[in-house]
Design a protein around this ligand. Sequence first.
Ligand code: AHG
Ligand code: MN
Ligand code: MN
Ligand code: MN
Length: 334
Amino acid sequence: MSKVTTLGQFIIERQADFPYAKGELSRLLRDIGIASKIVNREVNKAGLVDILGETGGTNVQGEKVKKLDIYANEQFISALKSGGECCMIASEENEELIYIDSEISSEAKYIVAIDPLDGSSNIDVNVSVGTIFSVYRRRSTDVPVSPDDVLQPGIRQVAAGYVIYGSSTMLVYTTGCGVNGFTLDPSIGEFCLSHPDLKMPESGTIYSVNEGYYVHFPEGVKKYIKYCQVEDAASNRPYTSRYVGSAVADIHRSLIKGGIFIYPSSAHVPSGKLRLLYEANPLSFIVEQAGGRASDGYGRIMELKATAIHQRTPVFIGSSAMVKKAEEFMLRYS
Ligand code: AHG
Ligand code: MN
Ligand code: MN
Ligand code: MN
């Protein structure tokens, strides 16, 4: 039986990787890990407790809010508040920023942008969902922390990760020194290192996009989709189409098998659907750290200027050769 390394042990062992190795970021990641285990427990028995279905409300995104969206949001906010390392939270489920100015957080240096439950449309039909988080270090010095501290470009993230509640529950994260994946072992209630130093295949044969919106896609996306479908044995085409509807699941599959995930601008979402702060940037940080590429069709997502906490961006994320090819079509046709 090879040595089991838990998330907690790994974070401590790799402490020196952090530019500010004083333990605070480690504790923050531990707090997120604990909250994700609590959310996982509810996701795993969603059919047995009153947590399926809608709350009847809509969020700032104009989406119907699911009970599990709210439950997950409450768990992560409570864990971050009680952990004492976080001074501000931007959450998909909260229109405004959440300032944490409690006694234990008076010295807190980190800001977290979070999508507490990604893929909400899949909750009631037992398909993989996820959580996505992004961590910044505050740059302001006076109190209270400034909203600008969360409107930093993605290149300034100090950590990012996702949890995928799927056939197994995994936590995948980076602090800028590579990507490592941990699988939850329910028998001991610990995330255990299962995918050390994850690397995204340079190319792949799976493309992932909601083709239901095809008629409204930019011309470059239409041309790229047709390129994926044309027979060409030398380049392993036609590719396979896979679309889960949870970005975490579609991007995790691309990380493991290779592939490209695209959510472009479209009639119903002129700036794209995915939110920059708590979906596109953290997923891009992980993908880039694993050797992949993350573009808005023309340039690096992580260099985009953040001006609003719920702003959206088109995303072309995945194997670098595939994203580069899609960018060629965007440059030529859109
Ligand atoms: P969320 O559930 O956090 O609102 O995110 C859902 C996102 C993303 O996870 C997924 O890729 C996309 O919405 C699916 O959108 P469509 O249903 O329009 O394809
Ligand atoms: Mn949502
Ligand atoms: Mn989401
Ligand atoms: Mn969500």
